[in-house]
Design a binder for this molecule. Structure first.
Ligand SMILES: Cc1cc2nc3c(=O)[nH]c(=O)nc-3n(C[C@H](O)[C@H](O)[C@H](O)COP(=O)(O)OP(=O)(O)OC[C@H]3O[C@@H](n4cnc5c(N)ncnc54)[C@H](O)[C@@H]3O)c2cc1C
Length: 344
């Protein structure tokens, strides 16, 4: 076999070795896009990437996804989403996409396992990842007192003491959110002033429950009995070391979109997220995006699922139009996208 093998979509357009739609990513957005594309009879192919299940798979307990009042673990939710997508015909391939070629149509997708696919449409669901501190104890206590999402986990810290690490808008917003539950919120920031917007800073300083520890970085997270108990610190000016006892640590030092495939081909915002319109179209006609790769605002399972659904519905319409010969001029679609952006 040559290094590159060309795959067909089995039941679909086998003669041309052509996929109707390839979904890239196996988080909530990806599996939902797969589900909806499968139910539209598109026989989609979903390529999982190296983080099967996405961020959900590292989530201990999910209590805010509708339909599961008794809550469930992240990996359980991933398996349910996969099973439902497969039930209607999504083909799940455990592989990683190395390259997509979008300056010709059908598009070309090349993977780490040496496969090469051609596709009439793509749904990009490559998500994002929290930036980690990479200090001792962080991996060990993630989900056991360490969180990267106050909306998701704040509820578990009712009446408790928590530390927030960071100094940007996310850290300020999440610290304010945590004051709904926690008895005390201490923000550790490496500098002597915040990067957060003035209005958020004002709210932080006005909140009695919040205390700011300037020029302070965490150096290790400690725990006992499988739970966080303290954070070791260092003063960035004097070098003095300290130790803060706490029940929880919320880390907001950045969120990184998984966008290695896109620069140079797609419109990205200043933080590297794909720019989409309300129909979840990217600037490349026939390529749609859903979930955290294009959403830096909501960042939830429920919102990613909704966007995955919408992107698959848009892809379905695109393919219907393509079949009907309505969309022979792909450049026209790109112009429409650009004009919608200008109008927005
Ligand atoms: C610790 C933690 C706890 C959380 N808890 C909650 C919670 O309780 N409730 C809630 O609503 N939300 C929670 N969230 C947020 C939620 O997990 C995310 O909003 C959601 O997973 C985003 O879904 P997504 O499909 O956009 O992307 P992701 O989940 O980020 O998945 C991205 C997918 O893309 C794949 N991928 C990336 N690059 C490639 C490539 N080149 N080729 C192929 N595949 C690729 C990855 O393998 C992965 O499968 C939590 C997040 C974290 C980190």
């Amino acid at each position: 076999m040559s290094a590159t093998s060309v795959h067909s979509n089995g039941a679909g357009d086998a003669a041309a070795n052509l996929e109707n739609v390839i979904v890239i990513g196996s988080g909530p957005a990806g599996f939902t896009a797969g589900l909806y594309a499968a139910r539209a009879n598109l026989n989609p192919l979903l390529i999982t990437g190296n983080d099967y299940g996405g961020q959900v798979s590292i989530t201990y307990d999910i209590e805010n996804y509708p339909g599961f009042p008794e809550s469930l673990s992240g990996p359980e939710l991933v398996e349910k989403m996969k099973a439902q997508a497969e039930k209607f015909g999504t083909r799940v391939e455990f592989d990683y996409v190395n390259e997509i070629v979008v300056d010709l149509h059908p598009f070309v997708v090349r993977t780490a396992n040496g496969a090469e696919y051609r596709a009439k449409s793509l749904i990009l669901c490559t998500g994002a990842r929290p930036r980690y501190l990479e200090i001792p104890g962080e991996k060990e206590y993630t989900g056991k007192g360490i969180s990267y999402c106050a909306t998701c986990d704040g509820f578990f810290f009712r009446g408790k003491d928590v530390l927030v690490i960071g100094g940007g808008d996310s850290a300020a917003e999440e610290a304010l959110f945590l004051t709904r539950y926690a008895s005390r919120v201490r923000i550790l920031h490496r500098r002597d002033k915040f990067r957060a917007s003035k209005i958020l800073q004002d709210r932080v300083f006005a909140n009695d429950k919040i205390e700011v520890l300037w020029n302070t970085i965490p150096t290790a997270i400690e725990g006992e009995g499988g739970k966080v108990t303290a954070v070791r610190t260092q003063d960035t000016v004097t070098g003095a070391e300290g130790r803060l006892e706490t029940d929880g640590v919320f880390i907001f030092v950045g969120h990184i979109p998984n966008n290695d495939l896109y620069p140079g081909k797609f419109d990205l915002d200043e933080d590297g997220h794909l720019i989409t319109d309300r129909k979840l179209r990217t600037n490349v006609p026939g390529v749609f995006a859903a979930g955290e790769i294009q959403d830096k605002v909501f960042k939830q399972v429920a919102t990613s699922v909704g966007q995955g659904c919408a992107a698959a519905m848009s892809a379905t319409r695109f393919l219907e139009d393509l079949e009907a010969g309505h969309r022979v001029d792909l450049a026209e679609d790109a112009r429409e996208f650009a004009m919608a952006r200008v109008a927005a």
